[in-house]
Design a protein around this ligand. Structure first.
Ligand SMILES: [Zn+2]
Length: 185
């Protein structure tokens, strides 16, 4: 796998607006099951939203990604940062993508997922462990394509799902694949 240097070197400093903390909504909030709107990545509202998502992710222990619907905004925008996670191998650090989609995926793997919007449960979800994702960077609106694998690939798919109105619970194999959370980070 090769990391995309443009995405890897991106930081929220590029947005040039201070991120503010937003409240994270929990299931069954309707916004979490709605398909998010396609956004203009250059609009000031989207740039502010991108900064707020990163700021809110940063103050949330163990949080490796946050999508706009989780802060009550029905839009296709999310941030990811798996760099601090022990399961991480190669990664792109912190970045935000707008209007992202999975272009291709391979090598299905099952793993446990959690979500700030579903705080009482975790679940086993099968997803491709190598993917190609395409999206746009907030601010400049540049189109970027990146390869991701392992934990970063999983985090990206989890966040893209949020933008499409899906929770990991919708992807779990059934009630037997959902577990009450015993420990809180
Ligand atoms: Zn989530």
């Amino acid at each position: 796998m090769t990391t995309n240097p443009r995405v890897r070197d991106w930081t929220e400093a590029e947005l040039d607006v201070p991120g503010e903390l937003r409240e994270v909504v929990r299931a069954p909030a309707a916004v979490l099951s709605a398909v998010g709107d396609v956004v203009d990545p250059t609009s000031p509202d989207v740039v502010r939203l991108a900064a707020d998502l990163v700021a809110t992710m940063r103050v949330s222990p163990g949080c490796v990604g946050l999508a706009a619907p989780q802060v009550g905004v029905g839009a296709k925008v999310f941030c990811v940062d798996v760099s601090e996670h022990p399961k991480t191998r190669e990664h792109h650090g912190t970045f935000v993508l707008c209007n992202a989609e999975v272009v291709s995926g391979s090598r299905n793997e099952k793993a446990r997922e959690g979500c700030m919007s579903v705080p009482d449960f975790t679940g086993d979800v099968k997803r491709p462990s190598r993917i190609v994702v395409r999206g746009q960077l907030p601010g400049t609106g540049e189109e970027v394509e990146l390869e991701a694998e392992a934990f970063e690939a999983r985090a990206l798919q989890h966040e893209i799902d949020h933008c499409d109105g899906l929770l990991f619970l919708d992807r779990a194999a059934g009630a037997h694949a959902v577990y009450a959370r015993k420990t809180y980070l």
